[in-house]
Design a protein around this ligand. Sequence first.
Ligand code: FES
Length: 123
Amino acid sequence: MADTFIAKAEALETGQRFLASISGTEVVVFGHKGRVFAYENRCLHQGGPVGEGMILGRVVAVLDAEKRLLREEFSETEDQLICPWHGWAYSLETGDCAGLRGARLRKFEVVTEKGDVYVRTRD
Ligand code: FES
């Protein structure tokens, strides 16, 4: 097990994103809504820098009682990371790809100790 220092926790709270090279893999680390996430910074589509993408609520359909579409809106509880190259969307929570069942970004464990944020890897 190895911990790689990323940043002070307060830096992540400001919305800054950090890149780290961990065993040859580029990892993006960022905070959102009080939590910290770490993913391989490589989109599953064509390898784009997914960590540079916007974070948006998942688009959800709002239906009436007869299941007719009333409108679409952004979820306030399910956020997605959107790749800046062609718009592939990934669950912020799991890294699951919205458009390709079974595909997901590689997620890394994050630990915070004494105000310092680390990515933890197990060899
Ligand atoms: S490389 Fe990410 S959507 Fe195409």
